[in-house]
Design a protein around this ligand. Sequence first.
Ligand code: ACO
Length: 428
Amino acid sequence: MADTLTIIDNRTGQKYEVPITDGAIRSTDLRQIKVGGDDAGLVTYDPAFMNTAACRSRITYIDGDKGILEYRGYPIEQLAENSTYLETAYLILFGELPTQAQLTEWTRQITFHTMLHENIKKLMEGFQYDAHPMGVFLSTVGAFSTFYPDAKKIFDEQSRQKQVLRLVAKVPSIAAYAYRHSIGRPYVYPDNDLSFTGNFLNMLFKMTELKYQPSPVLERALDILFILHADHEQNCSTSAMRGIGSSHVDPYSAMAGAAAALYGPLHGGANEAVLRMLTEIGSLQNVPAFIKRVKAGEGRLMGFGHRVYKSYDPRAKIIKKTADEVFEVTGKNPLLDIALELERIALQDDYFVTRKLYPNVDFYSGLIYQAMGFPVTMFPVLFAIPRTSGWIAQWEEMLLDPDQKIARPRQLYIGAAKRDYAPLEQRG
Ligand code: ACO
């Protein structure tokens, strides 16, 4: 029997056969069903895209109920254990793990693209001393489109590859400059002898020493965090990247929009919000009262819940282990005990259990970042750096997908019916 869905319109008795492909019907197939007269046909109403697939993708697979996350088919646990961020970025962008020769060349290319144009430095100096680094980051990424006008050639493969290298390589430099600017320290130029994350730590934290030596534990922990954040299929910022990119604007402008989406407290701003929440709770004895307030609807337990994961976020499990390793070097973050107590209570409380609310990736990442010496305002920036590879891979997939067009959702108009303009003196 053919894979179809039969729809009977009870108003007319008319029957429609709609094909099911890859577990989905095409919304446009519903347009043959008329709602009344000569209208454009039946549409689906899906605010926040709760049940709408907007693309076919080969990049990231998530099974939210089982807590599975895979990049190009590789389980996140195996990548976090064995891979590096740069290798994972290659996998996400090009579809396969690199050979040794490919990895060497990719690493060389990225290393040679980390410098920022001196005028970018000047641009960044124009921000207020206390400007939020994420505001600086997204503005600077947007400004890149004026420095690299060749990026407009989005259907030229070579040009696209150039922008991929620039973006992956330069985002840590932008992030580090934004941070140094916010604390009034001189910018530090990249060091080609160091790894991707080692160099990032160098650009952030180098003082007067001739050569910065990153702690191998912190360097690896940051690399793992970057692997975990590299992609997450059609989340809010990735949808923004695809949506803006669908107008065929250059990738820098599209990514400025994606970074803006990531800035929000319900998305990449969540780990900043977690830290603020833990600081506000202040001590273990205040935890039950806080949980009570959340259950009464007075605020959310930040770092808990996820649109897709309805079980423990697999990234949160890996992060918890990484946290222990980091705290051995940095000393324990005093807020950790409050986080553990919140988790303990929430995981056995009916309110959270019935709503399937579990810790997400952001519940512990902020504690690690803080222990490593990052201010909370840097947290969304630390998310944007690795997510850059996911955003560009998704953008490129969208561009080359013959099914895609400029993104343009429909609406259900519920406003006033047609009426005539009244002169000012006749109103009221
Ligand atoms: N604390 C308390 N209650 C919550 C929470 C939370 N963190 N999250 C959801 N709920 C409750 C809602 O109040 C709602 O309850 P109700 O059915 O009684 O009205 C129910 O659970 C379902 O919530 P929705 O908002 O419908 O869930 P949705 O899938 O839209 O939201 C989201 C997902 C935005 C992540 C939400 O869980 C949330 O706000 N979490 C806190 C912010 C956070 O940690 N965001 C990071 C996400 S991960 C990331 O972006 C990398």
